[in-house]
Design a protein around this ligand. Sequence first.
Ligand code: KIV
Length: 267
Amino acid sequence: MSVAPMSVATLAAMKSRGERIVSLTCYDASFARLLDSAGVDLMLVGDSLGMVLQGHATTVPVTVAQMVYHTAAVARGRERALLVADLPFLACATPERALENAARLMQEGGAQVVKLEGGAPMLETVRRLSEQGVPVCAHLGLLPQSVNRIGGYRFQGRDHASAEAIRHDALAMQDAGASLLVLECVPAALATEIGRTLSIPVIGIGAGAGCDGQVLVLYDMLGLNPGRPPSFSRDFLRGRGSIAEAVSAYVEAVRAGTFPAADETPH
Ligand code: KIV
């Protein structure tokens, strides 16, 4: 494993070599050190911290200040992995607001890439951020920040119209300047097709093994989910003696393409 720090360019090079990208969410310095030692390529300070750290039912209550706080903590522990931070609920309600909040995540938090949820309505924002030198990770498929509008956490892209919209938005995001794309809870065949069409890396969660990389919520893959775990996740701590072993097993399984397995793959 190379110890050179990761960048959007090195992730793109991994995609072109057919090497799978390993990603996990991370919210503090201690886990950042552990994930880095295990060879995780990308750490996402996800607004999922509102659910797994703060105990909220959704990610909606998470603020920019909280994201900055956790991003800065991860930045202090990380050496190699690329540090991506979420723009939380309504933090990109306008392109101007997105620019201000991206500046906070990068300048105060130390993020190297910002992630934002949404398709067509976010294109202008992605364009503006990219033009200003902000690397953007787009997020399509299930959009947890829109849970109150969609009415639950449901798989997306299962009917023709919604699959077509995701396909179209994915290409539009790349054209607008996005450097990475997260696809959440979409059929494996759709995610694989999008990954093959786009030149930017596509990281899947609940999107099958055909993506260029995988991401999971750290607490889900450590079996710390208090409710029913997501059907596409796996408890990597079960049967292993330490968190470090669990994370290493996840890294190996993603690199080898054995995670997600068929029964962890949505159709
Ligand atoms: O907030 C988060 O953890 C995320 C992942 C689920 C991709 O956006």
